[in-house]
Design a protein around this ligand. Structure first.
Ligand code: ARG
Length: 582
């Protein structure tokens, strides 16, 4: 139980002594700080329940609160808001407990298993900014889920099964018609065939093939045919497909690595589609598969829908299996192999209809138990100055690596510490660039769009990743300078600024709770900023290392180390790595 929760439990007991039962205590950091640091709003609720005057209830409660050693300056405002502040003693207790173990102020949930689907990179295509958001939000949510006790598994869910791969193979066939993959009479071992193609070639080939297919109906037809061939594991085509997947996967892993993003499960849509036949049978046996213009579909519309709900596509008119069916098959596969309590899909908000169709179809055939939660965690787009999804100068899709490089160019300029050698400087600038990009991505509520502003993201001042890194590194170096002192217990503070920090520390569980409830990292991002900014005010006000009052100096070091630990923990949750220096 967190320190905050324990505090709430104690307040509940006081209320009980006054003769009232509350289920969920309504304790909030006060926004009228002149009246107190916290406000307790329960008297209003209790008034309804007990049919008594709220102010009279508040007065009765206060009688017992007055005996509580953790609080002081109790007063009643308005119809019955109870305000109070923390006693000095209690503030020391909070800091010392958190200093000893920061997890002492984190609540844990009943263990649950969750699969988080937040990859979605496409094989043979460069990752783009959309994949950036899935990776950042998904990875951070996974880390947060683990922190509070989920058994959380990330699934890369690579796009390796659709028409883009048919197009790529079609173009390879044009360029290298003599490869044995295209020879139906080939009897050799495909694994020994040397494919003269690198990942760079693939990234060149896909846009080329895609353009050609738009102008050339026959080319497109061939690509469709090829898609069907590798989907049905036809010799040659399937072997080439597999090779392409292997080449591309390696690159994709590198890009995810650079984003500090990793997956426990490296499935692709193709792995999910191993379950397609079984899936199809389940729906066919229940009579849920219908034909629509030559396609095989599952109706998912419901009577009270007030906007059109198209059916879920299983097999397209041209015989290829659809994107919809990959997600439905994945539910069956996950149920079989992991039996999760929840599945979270961290995918662009513009796919909400797709997920609604998939979830309805899954429920229709009870692919998972009723209580299993399926949730689309949609996000907004990262936009350019024109307010439209971010593009390259010539209007193309910007690859993620290009984007990271843009930010890197900017953060590189910010590393001005002359004691840092060139090679190290580059390494540091990379870490800072990822921090800049991630923090900017996680700071707004996930559902809102935001603008890509590289100078702003890379700024050392303000709500930015570099500011947080710089400040955290400064805390570390202060602690390093005090390395001969055994940092033990706080027992003497000076004033307001320290209190501000301590209140923020105590409120940590609130931010975590809100972040989990909204599945958005904005709460945590704001929290780290607030904690860091109030620490920095304190740092500017005091000369910690030369303080003569030993008790005070010790207390400040305890506070510094506690804030440092919280920052390290939370930056890690956001997927941000702290360089040694900058
Ligand atoms: N590969 C898809 C794309 O790039 C995203 C996949 C999202 N995840 C999912 N389970 N459908 O658009």
């Amino acid at each position: 139980m967190s320190i905050l929760k324990d505090f709430e439990q104690e307040l509940k007991k006081d209320i009980k002594k006054a003769g009232y039962e509350v289920e969920n205590l309504s304790l909030e950091p006060s926004n009228r700080r002149d009246l107190g640091e916290y406000q307790l709003n329960d008297a209003m609720q209790l008034a309804k329940k007990y049919k008594e005057n709220p102010r009279a209830i508040a007065e009765k409660i206060v009688k017992f609160l007055e005996k509580n050693k953790r609080i002081i300056d109790i007063n009643i405002a308005g119809p019955g808001f109870i305000n109070f502040s923390l006693s000095e003693e209690y503030t020391y207790e909070i800091v010392n407990k958190m200093h000893e173990d920061i997890f002492s102020n984190i609540d844990r949930i009943e263990p649950k298993k969750v699969i988080i689907d937040y990859g979605g990179a496409n094989v043979a295509k460069a990752l783009h900014v959309g994949h950036l958001r899935s990776a950042n939000i998904g990875e951070a949510l996974k880390r947060l889920a683990k922190l509070v006790g989920y058994d959380a598994l990330g699934d890369a869910h690579l796009g390796d099964f659709g028409r883009p791969l048919g197009l790529v193979i079609k173009e390879i066939k044009e360029e290298y018609p003599d490869l044995p993959y295209f020879n139906p009479n080939y009897t050799g071992d495909y694994s020994e065939v040397k494919l003269p193609i690198t990942n760079e070639d693939l990234e060149r080939i896909y846009p080329l093939a895609s353009n050609k297919s738009k102008e050339d109906e026959e080319y497109l037809e061939d690509a469709r045919d090829i898609t069907m061939k590798f989907q049905s594991k036809e010799k040659g085509y399937y072997d080439l497909w597999k090779k392409i997947v292997d080449i591309s996967k390696e690159e994709i892993k590198k890009t995810y690595d650079s984003l500090n993003t990793s997956f426990e499960i490296w499935n692709g849509e193709s792995d999910e589609m191993e379950y397609f036949d079984e899936l199809y049978r389940i729906y066919a046996e229940k009579g849920f598969i219908t034909e629509s213009e030559g396609a095989k579909v599952i109706e998912v519309a419901e009577e009270d829908d007030n906007s059109p709900m198209p059916p879920l596509m299983m097999v397209k008119t041209n015989g290829t299996k659809s994107y919809d069916s990959t997600d439905l098959a994945a539910i069956l596969e996950r149920k079989r192999n992991y039996n999760p309590d929840e599945i979270w899909y961290v995918v662009d908000g513009r796919q909400s209809l797709h997920f609604e169709q998939v979830f309805r179809a899954a429920r229709k055939a009870n692919l998972v138990d009723k209580q299993v939660k399926l949730e689309h965690i949609g996000f907004g787009t990262m936009n350019g100055k024109d307010g439209k999804p971010f593009k390259t100068r010539d209007g193309g899709v910007m690859s993620l690596n290009q984007l990271i490089d843009l930010v890197y160019q900017e953060t590189y300029k910010k590393i001005t510490n002359e004691s840092i050698m060139e090679d190290e400087k580059k390494e540091i600038a990379k870490k800072v660039a990822i921090a800049a990009l991630k923090y900017a991505d996680l700071l707004p509520f996930r559902g809102t769009d935001y603008m890509f502003e590289v100078e702003k993201f890379a700024d050392l001042e303000g709500k930015t990743g570099p500011y947080l890194l710089y400040s955290t590194i400064r805390m570390k170096s202060l602690l390093a300078k005090a390395k001969d002192i055994k940092i033990e217990k706080s027992s003497k503070f000076k004033g307001k600024t320290e209190r501000e920090i301590i209140l923020t520390l105590l409120n940590l569980p609130l931010s975590i709770k809100k972040a989990l409830a909204t599945k958005s990292l904005n709460e945590i991002s704001e929290y780290i900023y607030k904690l860091t900014a109030s620490y920095n005010t304190f740092y500017a006000e005091n000369k910690i290392l030369v303080e003569e009052d030993e008790k005070r100096k010790m207390s400040w070091l305890v506070l510094t180390e506690t804030v440092y630990k919280v920052n390290c923990l939370l930056l890690d949750i956001l997927g941000i790595v702290i360089p040694d220096k900058m």
